[in-house]
Write a protein that binds this ligand. Structure first.
Ligand SMILES: [Zn+2]
Length: 432
C-alpha cells in the first residue's frame, strides 16, 4: 500500500473542502491529512511518494450512477434491423448483443469500460449487467475487473423474462448469491437487477419479491419509454413505480434509472419513498425517448446508461440538454456533489469527499484554471473549462490507478489488442 502526497493541488470537493494551494497526504487506503501548503510548511514527507500536480483541479473520484459496462465492445456496431422506436433499438441492438456475450467478452468489455472510467476519473460505478446466455458467475467476472482496477462497483444482473421464463431462477440466484457474498465489502456490492417493468411479468416480480432479502436494493430501468408506462397500465397498475411498490420492491435505496414516462401516482410515491433516481440525459436524447421532468422528480444522480464513463462530459450534457428548462449550476452542484455523496455513501461509506479519514478516491483533472475558481463557480469551470479533460491522476482506495496517460493496473496496449479480437468474434456472433 502506497503512501502518497499530492502537493500544489487545487482541492475542491464541491462540499466543504476548498484549498487553492493544497496538499493531500494519503496513507494506505485513506486520506491521512489535508490542508494548505502553509499548514504543512517544514513537514518532512520521507517515506511518501510526493507528486507535484502543478495547480491542477483535484476532486473526489466521480460516480457513474447508471452504467452498462457490457456495452463497451459495441462502439461502432451497426444495429441488425430498424431502430425507429425504443423497442426496436432494444431488439435490434442491445438484446441481440446481450444474447451473444460470453465469459471472455464480458471480461474484456468490463475491462475496456473500467479503463475508460479511470481515464476520466471515475472511481465508483453502479453497473447494470446483461448477458443472457452467460448468467451464472457473470457478476464475479465483472467484480474481478473491479478488484484488479481498484474501482468500487455496485453490480447486478438484469432479471428479465425476455430470454425465457425458465431462466428467471438463474437470474434471481445470480443476483442474490453475489449480494450475499459481498455484503460487507467496502469495494464491491450487489444490488438486485431488474431490466424494466415491460419485460417482467407479475409472476416474475412475485418470485423476486419472495426470494430477495429485504434490505437488498433493486436497480431497474423505470419509465424509460412510454411503452413501459403503457405496459403497466394495461396490467391495471398506475405506472412503473407504483407497480414496483405494489410488489414491495421499492424503498429509499432502490435505484430507478430514467424516470421519464411516469404516472401522477408514480411521482407521489417517489416524493414519499425517495428512491434514488439516476438521470441519463445523453442516452435519452440518443434513444429519442423524451426527457425526465426534473421538477417532479426532485433530487437525482447522473448516470450514462453505458454511453461513456466521462462524468464531466455527462455533467456538461445535462446542463445543455436542460438549459432551456431552467436547469441551474446550483441544481447540478447538488446532483454532482451533495446528493451524489449521500447516495454513494449508502453503498460505499467514507467516500465521495475530500476529508481526513475518508478513503482516498481522488481525481486530479488535467486542468489548471486560467481564471479564478471559487466554490461558487466550480460547476461553471467543470462545464466550460474542464469540459471533458481526461484525468491527470486517478487514485482509488489509496492506489494510483492512472497517471499521466498510463493505466497502472494492466498493460493497456495488450488489453486493447485482445479486446479487438474478442470484439470481432462478438460482432460475428451478433450478425450470425
Ligand atoms: Zn440502462
Amino acid at each position: 500500500m502506497a503512501n502518497i502526497v499530492l502537493k500544489n493541488a487545487l482541492l475542491a470537493d464541491g462540499l466543504g473542502t476548498f484549498i487553492p494551494d493544497g496538499i493531500v497526504v494519503i496513507s494506505g487506503e485513506r486520506i491521512e491529512a489535508l490542508g494548505s501548503a502553509e499548514q504543512f510548511a517544514g513537514r518532512d514527507f520521507a517515506g511518501y511518494e510526493v507528486i507535484d500536480v502543478g495547480g491542477r483541479l483535484t476532486m473526489p473520484g466521480f460516480l457513474v450512477g447508471h452504467h452498462h459496462l457490457y456495452s463497451a465492445l459495441a462502439t461502432g456496431l451497426a444495429p441488425a434491423g430498424p431502430t425507429e422506436n425504443f423497442v426496436q433499438i432494444l431488439e435490434n441492438l442491445w438484446w441481440r448483443l446481450d444474447r451473444v456475450l460470453d465469459e471472455e467478452s464480458v471480461y474484456y468489455s468490463a475491462l475496456v469500460g473500467v479503463i475508460d472510467a479511470v481515464r476520466h476519473g471515475a472511481t465508483a460505478i453502479f453497473d447494470h449487467h446483461a448477458s443472457m446466455n452467460f448468467v451464472r458467475g457473470s457478476l464475479d467476472v465483472i467484480a474481478g475487473v473491479f478488484s484488479l482496477a481498484g474501482v468500487r462497483g455496485l453490480l447486478c444482473f438484469e432479471t428479465s423474462d425476455r430470454s425465457g421464463t425458465d431462466k428467471i431462477e438463474q437470474h434471481i440466484r445470480e443476483n442474490i448469491d453475489f449480494y450475499e457474498r459481498h455484503k460487507d465489502s467496502p469495494n464491491i456490492r450487489g444490488a438486485f437487477g431488474l431490466h424494466a417493468n415491460f419485460t417482467l411479468s407479475d409472476d416474475t416480480l412475485r418470485a423476486v419479491a419472495e426470494s430477495k432479502p429485504a434490505q437488498m436494493p433493486i436497480h431497474i430501468h423505470c419509465g424509460e419509454d412510454a411503452h413501459d408506462l403503457n405496459f403497466c397500465r394495461q396490467l391495471g397498475y398506475s405506472g412503473p413505480v407504483e407497480r414496483l411498490a405494489r410488489f414491495g420492491l421499492l424503498d429509499g435505496n432502490s435505484i430507478l434509472a430514467h424516470c421519464i414516462h411516469l404516472d401522477g401516482a408514480d411521482y407521489d410515491i417517489i416524493r414519499q419513498v425517495k428512491p434514488i433516481v439516476a438521470a441519463n440525459f445523453e442516452s435519452n436524447a440518443n434513444n429519442r425517448v423524451g426527457r425526465m421532468n426534473r421538477r417532479k422528480i426532485g433530487r437525482y444522480i447522473l448516470g450514462t446508461d453505458g454511453i461513456t464513463a466521462d462524468m464531466i462530459l455527462t455533467l456538461r450534457s445535462a446542463y445543455f440538454l436542460n438549459a432551456a428548462d431552467g436547469i441551474t449550476f446550483e441544481e447540478l452542484a447538488d446532483s454532482f456533489f451533495a446528493y451524489r455523496r449521500e447516495v454513494q455513501e449508502r453503498f460505499f461509506p467514507d467516500t465521495a469527499s475530500l476529508d481526513v479519514g475518508k478513503y482516498a478516491d481522488i481525481v486530479v483533472l488535467d486542468y489548471v484554471p486560467a481564471t479564478q475558481l471559487t466554490p461558487e463557480n466550480l460547476v461553471g469551470h467543470l462545464i466550460f473549462g474542464v469540459k471533458s479533460a481526461r484525468a491527470f491522476i486517478t487514485i482509488g482506495n489509496g492506489e494510483i490507478l492512472f497517471q499521466d496517460g498510463e493505466v497502472k493496473f494492466c498493460d493497456e496496449e495488450e488489453v486493447r489488442q485482445k479486446a479487438k479480437d474478442v470484439g470481432r468474434k462478438l460482432w460475428e456472433r451478433f450478425y450470425g
